[in-house]
Each structure stands twice: as structure tokens, then as C-alpha cells.
Design a protein around this ligand. Sequence first.
Ligand code: MRU
Length: 366
Amino acid sequence: MRVVQPIEWTDAGVVMLDQRRLPTEVVRYTYTDYRDVARAIADMVIRGAPAIGVAAAMGVALGVLHSRAQTPEELRAEYEIIHRTLAATRPTAVDLFWALDRMKQRFEALLAESAPLERIRQELIREAQQIHAEKRAIDEAIGRFGAQLLPHEGKVMTQCNAGALATGGIGTALGIIRMAVAEGRRLHVLVPETRPYLQGARLTAWELQQDGIPLTLITDNMVGHMLRSAQVCAIVTGADRVAANGDTANKIGTYQMAVLAHEHGVPFYVAAPLSTLDLTIPSGDHIPIEQRRPEEVTHLAGVRIAPDVPVANPAFDVTPARLITAIVTERGIARPPYEESLRRLAAEASSVSPGSACTPPARAVE
Ligand code: MRU
């Protein structure tokens, strides 16, 4: 399945597609400085939880590659700064911290075995590329599991952009839709525009159009009306962080969609790689919610649309687990009670070597 590539490691540096300029312009930048990668994450050149993780890993690799350190010990001090700079970019998506932790573990292991500087550099580049490759395989596995939940024909709704642009693979929520369509299901996707950043209108609509998957773009305040009148069969969204009890942080507006789905008896599915699970927190109350600039609300494409008044701009909200019908991971479908099903899937995944998580058993965890 050919999809757009938001990020790539190349000999010239980290190449990123500027998602802020889509759908009207397709512009790519090549970064050679990890600080520019950090700025690109914070400024939304790249966004979407798994893609942010890939970008952070590649940022670390860039930082190490271009470090002036002469010895592994000198590199250790610099590494801390690189890690901290990338960790300070966006607070909600746990994939960022997952990827940084994984890079650090690899770095520490190389130091422990007294690897020479050049080998450390090459191994960390390889690790970042490996994380990217795993994301692709994980999306495909999520897609295969999730496709079975969708109808043979009918309307499905999504939120924000949980597609190729957000993961570096075929996407999580959109991966499920793509896989279902590839299997011959006749789906029509309702795409809420996703104010204020318009990831639905700008990115999801663009991705689906490129694939030739039928869609209808709606404004966010049409969701209730559509669920009441448009015979929506299912909602599928991505996730930025899933707590141990299944509470899920995703793009602002997801919570109200889940409440409305419950009211109308529409199944509400979350698609999330296991790297998006945060089993260290018992519930969604512990998920930090990113607050973004007021201008994202008061302005549209640079044009002021509201007076200079106080503004709230939380970028994410938390959907309580009781509103979530199932959580689709690369190792199977978790059903309530999530405390048990998620923990079981995570434990199974950690008992296999990296990469083999991509060939999960075809079964659901109830
Ligand atoms: O602020 P964004 O655009 O990074 O938010 C993205 C989302 O909320 C996605 O739904 C989520 O990261 C899942 S992406 C597979």
C-alpha cells in the first residue's frame, strides 16, 4: 500500500514534509540539527503521536551524529541536553517519551559495552530507522485487526488525522479504514474538520482523496446531527496516550464524539500501538494536556476571526474508558475491562524481541 511519507532518514539529514502547508503545498525540509527537529515537532511541521516519536528518535540520532564530542564520555553529557530538548517539545503524546527512552536505553547499552564513538553513532542511526520500520509494520497489524470491526458497507467517522502523516506507516485509524477498503469493504468516511488546527480538513481529507476513498468533510458541530441522521456504523480514532484503565487522550473533540456515539449506540473504536499505552498512570486524570497558542483559535490561515478576548486552546481531551467499545493494538483487540486486557497485551509484547511484535496472533483479547 503506497502512502505519503511524512519523515525519512537520508544521507543528507532528516527530511520532513511540512504538514502545516498541506493540502495546498507539498514542501519538504532537510534538517541536520537536532534543535531544528525539536522546533519542527513543537511547531507541528510533523505531528501525530507515532510520527512525533519517530521524529524524536531521528532527532537524537542527528544530535549524536553531529556532536563535537571526542569520546563516549563527552557524548554522554551532550546526549542529556539533546534528550531534554526533544522531550520538552510536546507533553501529551507518550510515543515521544517512549521513543526517547528506547534511544537512551540503546545508548546506555553501547556505553556499557565500551563501544567506540563511531559505532555509537551508527547504532543510534540504525535504532531510529528501526523504530520507523516497526511503526510501518505495527500500522499494518492494527489495520488487519481493526478492519474486521468495520461493516462490509456503510459510513464510518474519524477524528483529526491518524493517517500516514501521523505515523510514518499507513496510519492507525486510517490504516484500519485503508485495510478494510483494500479487503473490498465499501466505506464512506465522515471527516470532521477538527478545529482549531484543522487536521481533519487539511490532512485526513487530503489523504483519503489521494487514496480514492469516498469521504464527506463536515464541521465539528455537525457530528451529533450526523450520528442521529446519517446511519454511521462506527467511529475510529487514534490516540495520544492510553492510561492503564483504558482512558484515552486524543485530539480535542474526541470526547464529545464518544459521548454522542454512546447516545446513538454507535461503536467507538480507538486504534493505538502499544507504544501509546502508558501503564504507569492508572487513569486519564494523570495525562498532561497540552495548551497551545490562542492564535490557533482567534485566527484562521493568518486572518483574525475573533476579537482580542480570553481564549482556551487545550489540544487534547480524555475519553473515559467506559465510552470506548474496543482498543485495537498491533497485538490484538482489547475489550473492557481494559485494566486486564491492555496489561495482558503489553506483557505479551514485552516478552518477544523488538520487531516480532509485528507478527501478532490473529485473535482478540476479551
Ligand atoms: O496535535 P496533533 O495533530 O499531533 O494530534 C494528533 C492526534 O490527536 C492523533 O489522533 C493522534 O496523535 C493519533 S495519530 C496516529
